[in-house]
Design a protein around this ligand. Structure first.
Ligand SMILES: [Zn+2]
Length: 224
């Protein structure tokens, strides 16, 4: 796996501090399970400091406080940021490895055993029961080769992890393991450029903002 697109610093921090919505955290956890580079960043980053600070109860300072703090600076905490390994699915088969471990809680079997629901021709979805914020979604999307999503931007953040196939958009090309970590500034139109269907895991924390009339018309049907 040759991962080129990673979680940004703000997302890593928010994941490590436990302040992400459940739907966004699932996508982040799945990327971490596939990406040694982000695992290392998560371990090293100041996020660890944030987690420790958050878990400390306030206490009155004593005379030795400064010395104690200075002593702690040399101490390397062994914080276990949940970094799940890929596991085999319950069902045997050649496809078993493309289900990241954290998704195994929601999918029984493999990506091929999902009961997809058709949104429009060539585009299928499977909604996950994760909690999101302000009307966002948590779902798997399966898009046929050559199909594109309608151009849209976001009122909040969007995390998209590629599990199979690939797509390209204004930012670049995304293949298996890549994560698109987008904020509200970006407008994009992903186009599936693989020979097989592109399957991705998506979480948003607010409804998408479609920039075309067609997008606005179909939005109620797509559930985005
Ligand atoms: Zn990464």
């Amino acid at each position: 796996m040759n991962i080129k697109h990673h979680l940004d610093e703000a997302s890593l921090l928010s994941y490590a501090a436990g302040s992400m919505s459940q739907s966004m955290a699932l996508v982040a956890a799945c990327h971490l399970s596939m990406c040694p580079q982000c695992q290392e960043r998560a371990q090293k980053s100041e996020a660890i400091g944030g987690v420790l600070l958050d878990s400390l109860a306030p206490a009155a300072l004593n005379e030795n406080s400064l010395d104690q703090v200075m002593a702690m600076l040399d101490y390397e905490p062994s914080v276990d940021i949940a970094v799940p390994k890929r596991i085999s699915s319950k069902r045997a088969g050649a496809d078993q490895t493309d289900l990241p471990f954290p998704l195994g809680e929601y999918i029984d079997g493999s990506l091929d055993s999902i009961a997809w629901k058709r949104i429009v021709p060539g585009v299928y979805c499977y909604d996950l029961p994760c909690k999101s914020e302000r009307g966002g979604v948590s779902r798997l999307l399966r898009i046929a080769p050559g199909k594109s999503m309608l151009p849209h931007s976001h009122d909040g953040n969007e995390l998209t992890l590629i599990l199979r196939g690939s797509f390209s958009d204004e930012i670049g090309r995304f293949t298996v393991g890549d994560i698109a970590d987008l904020d509200s500034e970006i407008e994009h139109q992903p186009l599936v450029d693989s020979d097989e269907d592109c399957i991705c895991l998506i979480a948003t924390d607010a409804p998408l903002r479609f920039s075309t009339l067609l997008g606005k018309i179909v939005q109620p049907m797509t559930g985005f």
